[in-house]
Design a protein around this ligand. Structure first.
Ligand code: ME8
Length: 667
């Protein structure tokens, strides 16, 4: 075996929780990681791209309980969904780590033992608030004991725990941020981290005894690890910590942890401190990106506004999804997701932009030059040809810098600027006119050579973002190689071996009818979000309607429903954590209800019968899989079940006389 002489690059996505299915937000980080991995490979690196699933913790334990399965079964199911999605979207990770793997248990215990040996872990009492949703201890809750991050109610925790001496690392962390200013990026996020650490650090409880779903503490199995200590260590397990020393030596430390901004503190403060305590090398960089918002709100399970990647990929193709995610959002900032913007970009940038340049250039070479790409002929070149060629060089250079600083929207802006310039150039010189006069064939060859040359560079430069379409165009350009094996750093396109023959041309981004594509995506979204409802609608529409146009649903055979219909309604026990009146609505209360694995906002028409104080702490029945809707402008995610006592009577809440845990399913 020969030694790998390439420089290494190890990058990670967060290890996603298995309490919810993967959505567009998770896809975003994974697409970014894949793009960076592809780019680094083209720059000659030996790349390891790790992703995985975070499977322990109270949140997962409760979600499993509510679903009536063991935490392991629950984790197996969702973890498999993640893998299947990454496969469908062709995101070929190199490592997939699951935190329930035995090798990971060994790694967590080893990291902890090293810190213990060096005196950074001690036993002590903890009493305070804990946010299960963020799996985070909350030192300073908001009024009403709400979590300052997610605004959900926190829970009182009183335990004897193991503590990590985070307070001992304040100076070393500040020195780290000072000496390596790009350790945390972007700059605004670095400033937040600096302010947080300068404000003082308190020791951190890193074990729990009140539930069981976690990795046992070394030599004290009554305790399990705090889920973040466990999850962060997976970045090391994935490259062989406590398992494969040679591999670990080669790839650790990570060159880049990609994270969403809400989990930056865990990565930029706790994680380096955990590593310093164990005397292990620190990751080189942590980049916290922004959120995809939907109608200005974070896309998340609890708000019920998730968008899923599959419909976009199935209707427009994986590359369109990737292109949109990277072009539309400035990496590091928040971005609003809109299907309209997606479809506009698809038609304008992909179908009319790159797709059109490729097909018109290739078609002209085919028709006017018999498919033969000429060699460069400096005698026929004029200033404009040289200007376009120079712009190509400039773009290649600046794009390389943008890739290195993860500025993907600029990468694409710059390349699409070049595409627009070549379009203009073709219109200026009109090959379709040049071909008519033999004396102008020299110019014709030069103009088509220039367009071909720029298109080749565009395809190479864009490959990390839209790998499938660019490979197809690459083959149409006459190459039989894999584009991913091209070296970007050697600017190979300067040395084409012309002349040669191009392949058959075929549209890579066919134009779509916006309205039709919009509706198809929307219908698929609905089906993913609410399979039961989509099933009923499809059954209704299909009968007697061969054209596929909506037909009226068949009349029900009787007013009885089958057990399978009842099973579609997901009813769960909820505990009301907070309640307030909805301004301007006499009947409505806005409630935050804990339904086990999450806290939901539900608006209930019970204000005529109950004051907010009367309902706080009550155990109620929540219809949990109702599509979200707005009541008086306030979003309601579910419905509270109450007995109706006639048109003027007051609603009576359905509740329980015996002890039941929040999240338990009603069957
Ligand atoms: O936090 N916009 O897992 P998680 C952009 N298990 N990115 C988004 C997003 C959105 N609307 N929603 C989610 C966890 N993401 C922990 C991580 S790591 C050791 C442990 C992406 O399932 C983004 O990367 O809640 C965010 O940080 C991550 O998914 C959160 O995933």
């Amino acid at each position: 075996m020969t030694a790998n002489t390439k420089p290494k690059f190890y990058l990670t996505t967060p290890i996603y929780y298995v309490n919810a299915r993967p959505h567009l937000g998770h896809t975003y980080t994974t697409v970014v990681a894949d793009t960076i991995a592809r780019h680094k490979k083209m720059c000659g690196y030996d790349v390891i791209f790790l992703t995985g699933t975070d499977e322990h913790g109270q949140k997962v334990e409760r979600a499993a309980k509510a679903a009536g399965v063991t935490p392991q079964e629950f984790a197996d199911r969702i973890s498999a969904e993640y893998r299947a999605l990454w496969q469908e979207l062709d995101l070929p990770f190199d490592r997939f780590i699951r935190t329930t793997e035995p090798r990971h248990e060994r790694a967590v215990q080893m990291l902890c033992r090293k810190a213990q040996d060096r005196g950074y872990i001690y036993k002590g009492g903890y009493e305070g608030q804990y946010c299960v949703f963020d799996e985070m201890y909350v030192d300073e809750p908001l009024p009403g004991n709400l979590c300052p991050e997610c605004k959900r109610p926190t829970e009182r925790v009183r335990e004897e725990n193991y503590f990590f001496k985070l307070s001992a690392f304040q100076d070393r962390l500040l020195e780290l941020y000072e000496k390596q200013p790009d350790f945390v990026q972007p700059e605004t996020r670095r400033n937040e981290v600096l302010a947080f650490v300068r404000g003082g650090l308190r020791d951190l409880s890193i074990s729990r005894t009140s539930f069981k779903w976690g990795i046992p503490f070394p030599a004290d199995e009554k305790h399990i690890f705090y889920v973040w200590y466990d999850a962060l260590t997976s970045y090391m397990t994935g490259v062989g910590y406590a398992d494969d020393e040679v591999q670990f030596e080669r790839y650790w430390p990570a060159d880049l942890h990609l994270v969403g901004k809400e989990i930056l503190r865990f990565h930029a403060v706790y994680w380096p401190a955990f590593l310093m305590a164990a005397d292990e090398p620190l990751p080189k960089r942590i980049f916290a990106h922004g959120w995809w918002l939907f109608a200005d709100e974070k896309m998340s399970k609890s708000r019920g506004n998730m968008q899923y990647p599959q419909p976009i990929a199935r209707v427009l193709g994986v590359d369109a999804l990737r292109y949109f995610l990277l072009r539309e959002m400035v990496f590091g900032q928040d971005g609003n997701f809109s299907r309209d913007a997606l479809l506009t970009r698809y038609n304008a940038d992909l179908a009319n932009g790159l797709g059109n340049l490729a097909s018109r250039t290739l078609t002209m070479i085919q028709t006017y030059l018999g498919g033969r790409v000429p060699a460069r002929n400096p005698n026929e070149e004029n200033d404009r040809d040289r200007e376009v060629a120079a712009l190509k060089e400039t773009v290649c250079e600046e794009v390389s810098g943008y890739y290195d600083s993860y500025d993907f929207s600029r990468v694409l802006d710059s390349i699409w600027g070049l595409i627009a310039e070549v379009d203009k150039y073709l219109v200026e010189f009109q090959p379709w006119v040049l071909v008519k006069e033999k004396s102008k064939w020299g110019r014709l060859e030069t103009v088509l050579y220039t367009a071909y040359d720029v298109l080749s560079a565009v395809v190479c430069l864009t490959h990390p973002v839209i790998p499938h379409a660019t490979q197809k165009i690459w083959e149409q350009l006459g190459h039989s190689t894999k584009l991913e094996t091209q070296s970007l750093s050697q600017a190979w396109w300067k040395e084409h071996k012309h002349p040669f023959q191009i392949g058959a041309s075929e549209a890579v981004f066919p134009r779509v009818d916006k309205k039709e594509a919009f509706e198809r995506i929307e219908a698929m979204e609905d089906e993913i979000r609410n399979p039961a409802a989509a099933h009923v609608a499809a059954a209704g529409a299909g009968a007697g309607s061969p054209s596929g146009s909506p037909a009226s649903p068949a009349a029900p055979a009787s007013n009885k429903i089958g057990i399978e219909d009842f099973a579609k309604v997901e009813m769960r026990v909820g505990v009301v954590k907070s309640a307030e009146r909805v301004a301007g609505a006499d009947k409505l209360l806005k409630l935050l209800v804990d339904i086990g694995d999450e806290v939901r906002q539900v608006v209930a028409g019970i204000a005529v019968a109950y004051t907010p104080e009367e309902v706080i702490g009550k155990k109620v029945v929540v219809v949990a899989n109702l599509a979200p809707r707005k009541l008086r402008g306030v979003e309601s995610n579910g419905m509270i079940v109450a007995a109706s006592t006639g048109p003027d009577g007051k609603p009576v809440l359905c509740t329980f006389t015996e002890d039941v845990p929040p999240g338990a399913r009603l069957k």
